[in-house]
Design a protein around this ligand. Structure first.
Ligand code: HEM
Length: 131
């Protein structure tokens, strides 16, 4: 559950960044708003890493989500550095990639929310029992 909440918050925070990026390009207060949303993504990426560690120990789950969360935090730091350095040719596509990765991860942890039955054993059984 902890990981689901962290990934949901991360996806929502990333969804806000292109919106504030649009404001950055079109309004005087946009830069501050984009910075706030960027550091929101950073805070949620740290939370995601902490959640992944807690799911492993003491949760007794797999350590794999730690690798993903650590990689994502690394991408977030690179994204902040590219934004501050104004390297738009890398910053904009990396932002889109990060949002795509997060949505993919969201669909893996919440298969029912996106209408996927593959990951849900009970849904698959129900489908077979009642065609
Ligand atoms: C699709 C998503 C995104 C788009 C389209 C986007 C676009 C932009 C643009 C156009 C700039 C201005 C660059 C310039 O002034 O030349 C910028 C700056 C910046 N971006 Fe993004 N960005 C996105 C996502 C992110 C994310 C996910 C982060 C961090 C987690 C981030 C962090 C920053 C930072 C720190 C700046 C510098 C702000 C400043 O100079 O005050 N951006 N971004």
């Amino acid at each position: 559950m902890l990981l689901r909440v962290a990934i949901t918050l991360q996806t929502l925070a990333l969804f806000a960044t292109p919106i504030t990026a649009g404001l950055l390009l079109s309004s005087p207060d946009g830069r501050a708003l984009h910075s706030v949303s960027a550091y929101g993504v950073f805070a949620v990426a740290v939370l995601h890493l902490v959640a992944a560690i807690l799911v492993w120990r003491p949760g007794g789950g797999s350590p794999r989500p730690i690798l993903y969360a650590a990689g994502f935090l690394g991408l977030t730091l690179a994204q902040v550095a590219l934004g501050i350095a104004q390297v738009k040719t890398l910053h904009v596509p990396l932002g889109v990639l990060m949002f795509g990765m997060s949505v993919l991860q969201f669909s893996r942890v919440w298969p029912a929310a996106v209408g996927r039955r593959g990951g849900d054993v009970h849904a698959a059984r129900g489908h077979l029992d009642h065609p």
